[in-house]
Design a protein around this ligand. Structure first.
Ligand code: PAF
Length: 281
């Protein structure tokens, strides 16, 4: 595996690999098994695998955890090598954003709900870096985890709406043995919070099972939300159901329904979700 720090070098390498299929796995590093699932799928499906590690300042708000975001480039390099990554792109912030163009990508309605509501500008920043990475790498396929379901919905919609020549691959959430979704932010949980954090997935399961039995969204949300309130010391940011991937509170024609939650603990805000295939219920 080769680590590449500059756009110039990356483009020279990709130029000399013209004609090969490229799988791109964009990450912010501190890799865990969730990322490995993306890398493994990319490895199976492409001639070349490019992964990026870039803690993207554009997607962090002024009071968010940019400086605190966990980083471990040595361990990441080891894991990426084992996963069969060919090129690990690790640019600096000035390499990615050498000047301020004043031109922005604005997500609009899809970013006004779920995580977007408490993280204004976050998804604009995600699309800023994703657009650059897609243009730089020109991947055949790009891989994203279902854990960040709103991010995935926005990227899928963006790519369709603006005809980016890339196929977006959705990869299921990887969980710890007890059900907690793997996340780089789990390291910020205290021992007590870690034991409580499994109840996000359990609360979501209560909601989806209730919906399957009753087809009553409000009842499903109430039961799931109370379950989390009773079993954790965290503060619920949201617990919602929306059609997927258009993220509307309108379920009559929905093929998939996203049940999603975000919970604030002392030093970490955790998210999780379950997507229900309506036809299979
Ligand atoms: O999901 C993430 O880690 C980031 O939002 C992404 C897609 C790598 C963009 O910075």
């Amino acid at each position: 595996m080769k680590t590449v720090q500059t756009i110039n070098e990356l483009q020279n390498i990709l130029y000399s690999n013209k004609g090969k299929t490229i799988g791109l796995v964009p990450t912010m590093g501190y890799l865990h098994e969730g990322h490995l699932a993306l890398l493994n799928k990319a490895r199976e499906e492409n001639d070349i695998v490019v992964s990026s590690i870039f803690v993207n300042p554009a997607q962090f708000g002024p009071n968010e955890d940019l400086d605190r975001y966990p980083r471990d480039i040595e361990h990441d390099t080891e894991l990426a090598t084992k996963a069969g990554v060919d090129f690990l792109f690790v640019p600096s912030a000035t390499e990615m954003y050498p000047f301020e163009s004043g031109i922005t990508i604005h997500v609009g309605e899809l970013s006004t709900k779920l995580c977007g509501e408490s993280r204004p500008g976050h998804f604009d920043g995600v699309l800023k870096v994703i657009t650059k990475l897609f243009h730089l790498v020109q991947p055949t396929k790009a891989y994203f985890g279902q854990k960040d379901a709103q991010q995935l919905a926005i990227i899928e919609t963006f790519v369709n709406a603006y005809n980016f020549p890339v196929q977006i691959e959705r990869v299921s959430t990887v969980r710890e043995a007890d059900g907690l979704a793997k996340s780089s932010r789990n390291v910020f949980l205290s021992v007590k919070e870690r034991s409580e954090a499994i109840h996000l997935f359990k609360g979501l399961t209560v909601a989806t099972e209730t919906w399957k039995e009753t087809k009553d969204i409000n009842e499903a949300l109430n039961r799931g939300k109370s379950y989390i309130e009773q079993n954790t010391s965290g503060k619920i940011d949201y617990f919602e159901a929306l059609s997927y991937p258009n993220l509307q509170p309108e379920f009559n024609h929905a093929e998939q329904i996203l049940f999603a939650t975000a919970v604030f603990f002392e030093n970490a805000r955790l998210i999780d979700n379950i997507i229900v295939d309506v036809k299979e219920v």
